[in-house]
Design a protein around this ligand. Structure first.
Ligand code: CA
Ligand code: CA
Length: 761
């Protein structure tokens, strides 16, 4: 699971978190451009100014008649505009479509609800043209723009935060796949949901990609719990933990894909290995794969919140092209928009500015940055020379000081440390004190008279930011530093440590660099069995592996003072959570039966997934009982039922009121026309009261909807948790059986499934 050590490059100057993506080299190149060297730069081949603001991340392009591409984007006030510069004569005015004005080539589609995602593409291959898909927090609309008709309009209780259209796994027809409140759902051209599953949290980004190279596509889903999950059919085949919400995903080529995080990070993965990433103080609004320098390989194109567009090499993250808009980028797509046989990269800003770029021609030899390879090389070499000279000067200074110290008073500013100086690191569990909570302790020490001036630790997701600096005050200097670490999640983390070692008076320090891995379950301290009451909740399953292998897994995944020995009797190992004092015990009988006891259902899932990965278990059936959690879930289901009926009642009431409004209005207007002021006044007073009731009713409906959503979310998470207790086929079966039980409102069956893993047993 180590990420940084897998050959990944991270631009060092940006590691601190506050840095920008501008690297000095590209700035230098921009200056060269200002000097006016005559070189062909990549310039837009067309630009447009659309009279609409564009919602970020909601831009697509569709051929709704099968021939003419139309730029399509969501705009404010629940509308979608369709830009069709190719056919000015054919206009459709009916149903959803409104005309944009006589001389305009944009149409407006009224959704009457805030749009949360949209895309276009082939949903029905027999039609020969694209279908537009528009998602909101309650519905998914598939729309045939050409025929001006709904293909389907589906209520989706979990909302649609992200949408992707394409073929998934073994399902032969294209699917409109949406990600919502902890769920993923895929609809075919008739609106049948052929795919449904749950995921850990709210989905924010989706992409299709042949992750495992078997020729069929997997679904990548990025969610608010910072995970990128890969679904092969309905089963999770890989999970990558990131450090922020995954706001965008895009397929590059093969098993390679780009991603963007809410904290300004963009990067590229190949399968589960991250190739590179960079972090900016701006936000990545949209990412897209496009071969801009015509070398046959797609670059990662990113549109930023400050209006910058950059194209980065898929292998290194190096910037090969950039341009600027005056406002934030809203979306990036590609299409032959001039219909001349050449595909352009099309970038749109939130202010409605659109630019199309053609890939570099062969004369440019991929030089999009107004520079050439020799200049680059000379600049790089002279920078290296500078660095080496600086280093040499430091060594000279140090040896002078050392010589002075040897010959003189011995209390000089010694910079050279003994050649045998060694840096040792240790990780241990610290149970904490009255004013320090329990934590994992990283102990760094030297074993001679040197001191550690400072320690820098780079690690993902465990500090506030990606780095942590320990810098003792001058009178506290010693050869030992303890750093408390509290990883918030149970994931293995690489700690990249830099320690500055020298003497009390040193000006120059020797820097030791090393990497330690924090095991996945480091926040659990070993305790003696029988010292705490047994928990009610447990899971039990049987494996065919030897106990020796389970012991090996424990030694690798827990932070233990010394390795556990494999007993010749049933194994029992107990832990205590450093986070909340919760108990955990793992017991294994000689017949391969394992029982895990803890009240923490998430932890149980993590342990089962980790163990299955280590032992290479493909399918694992598990029996589970979590009485407290099940009771909680039961309460939620009862609440959910209540909210559902309130929702129905309110909707009916609102319809009644709307009819009443209509008749009152007509009556009041009649009175006005007949000059009957008294009755007109009376009518409008009644209308006023009714309107107030309607507004209040709406508020109640909104609150009810919010509660309903949080209940649905809890139920979806419960299904996901029930799934994570199992592996392989049993896992998929549990998820789909749970969903059926909820659909049929069969609560007893639901709990039976969560407990037993199926309804049949
Ligand atoms: Ca595949
Ligand atoms: Ca390229």
């Amino acid at each position: 699971m180590s990420s940084d050590s897998n050959g990944e490059t991270l631009q060092q100057e940006e590691r601190g978190g506050g840095g920008s993506t501008d690297d000095p080299r590209t700035q230098g190149q921009a200056k060269n451009g200002c000097r006016g060297e005559l070189r062909t730069m990549l310039v837009p081949v067309f630009s447009l100014k659309l009279n609409h603001r564009i919602n970020p991340r909601m831009v697509t392009v569709g051929k709704y008649d099968g021939i003419h591409p139309c730029l399509t984007a969501a705009t404010q006030a629940g509308k979608v505009f369709i830009h069709n510069p190719h056919i000015r004569s054919q206009r459709v005015v009916a149903n959803h479509l409104l005309q944009g004005g006589l001389d305009s080539d944009t149409y407006l589609l009224n959704i009457n609800q805030n749009v949360s995602c949209l895309t276009a593409g082939i949903l029905n291959p027999t039609l020969g043209h694209d279908t537009l898909l528009v998602g909101t927090q309650t519905n998914l609309l598939a729309y045939d723009v050409h025929n001006n008709s709904d293909v389907f309009y589906k209520e989706v209780a979990d909302g649609a935060n992200a949408v992707v259209l394409g073929q998934l796994g073994d399902i032969s027809c294209p699917l409109a796949i949406i990600g919502g409140n902890c769920t993923l759902q895929g609809f075919d051209k008739e609106g049948n949901d052929l795919f449904w599953t749950v995921t850990g949290d709210n989905v924010r980004s989706l992409a299709l990609c042949d992750f495992d190279g078997d020729g069929k596509k997997e679904l990548l889903a990025g969610s608010e719990d910072f995970d990128i999950r890969v679904f092969k059919n309905a089963e999770i085949v890989a999970e990558m933990s990131e450090t922020e919400i995954i706001t965008a995903l895009c397929h590059m080529h093969g098993s390679r894909f780009g991603y963007a995080l809410a904290n300004g990070t963009v990067g590229v993965y190949d399968r589960a290995t991250r190739y590179w990433r960079i972090k900016s103080k701006n936000h990545a609004m949209s990412i897209h794969a496009f071969d801009l320098n015509s070398d046959g390989v797609c670059e990662l194109i990113t549109g930023w919140s400050n209006g910058k567009i950059d194209a980065r090499s898929d292998r290194t993250g190096e910037v090969i092209f950039k341009d600027n808009f005056t406002s934030s980028v809203a979306g990036i797509v590609e299409e032959d928009y001039r219909m001349d046989g050449q595909t352009q990269l099309i970038c749109c800003s939130t202010e409605g500015e659109v630019r199309g770029y053609l890939p570099a021609s062969w004369e440019m030899k991929g030089n999009l940055m107004d520079t050439n390879a020799e200049q680059d090389l000379i600049r790089e070499l002279s920078q290296r020379k500078q660095n080496l000279l600086l280093e040499l000067r430091n060594y000279e200074e140090n040896s002078k000081v050392a010589l002075n110290a040897l010959g003189g008073d011995g209390d000089g500013q010694m910079g050279i440390i003994p050649a045998n100086t060694q840096l040792q690191t240790g990780l241990s569990v610290n149970m904490g004190t009255a004013n320090q909570s329990p934590h994992v302790e990283l102990n760094i020490s030297t074993f001679n008279d040197t001191i550690i001036r400072a320690v820098l630790i780079f690690a993902e997701g465990i500090f506030n930011g990606e780095s942590h600096v320990v810098h003792p005050s001058a009178h506290n200097l010693s050869g030992q530093i303890q750093v408390p670490i509290i990883p918030p999640k149970d994931v293995p983390v690489d700690l990249h440590i830099k320690a500055f070692v020298g003497y009390r008076n040193s000006i120059q320090f020797h820097v030791f660099e090393l990497t330690r891995q924090l095991p996945r379950f480091s926040m659990y301290a070993l305790r003696t069995p029988g010292t705490a009451p047994e928990t009610q909740s447990y899971v039990t399953f049987t494996i065919s592996d030897r106990m020796q292998r389970v012991v090996m897994w424990m030694n690798q995944n827990f932070l233990l003072a010394e390795d556990i020995e494999c007993p010749n009797a049933p194994l029992e190992v107990c832990f205590m959570s450093l986070r909340d004092g919760g108990q955990l015990s793992i017991r294994m009988n000689m017949n391969g039966e394992i029982t895990i006891r803890t009240e923490d259902i998430d932890l149980t899932g993590e342990i089962i997934q980790s163990l299955a990965l280590f032992l290479v278990i493909e399918d694992l059936q598990v029996e589970a009982d979590f009485p407290d959690y099940f009771e909680e879930l039961h309460q939620i289901l009862v609440q959910l039922d209540g909210y559902h009926s309130v929702h129905q009642k309110l909707t009916a009431e609102m319809a009644d009121h709307s009819n009443l409004v209509r008749s009152l209005l007509i009556r009041a207007e009649d009175s006005r026309l007949m000059g009957d002021v008294t009755n007109m006044k009376k009518g409008y007073m009644e209308l006023y009261d009714l309107n107030r009731d309607l507004v209040n009713g709406y508020k109640i409906r909104c609150n009810n909807h919010t509660e309903l959503l949080s209940c649905l979310r809890a139920v979806n998470q419960a299904i996901q948790r029930a799934g994570r207790l199992r592996v392989g086929k049993p896992k998929t079966q549990v998820v789909s059986a749970c969903r059926d039980a909820i659909k049929n409102n069969n609560i007893n069956a639901l709990f039976k499934i969560i407990r037993a893993g199926s309804t049949s047993s």
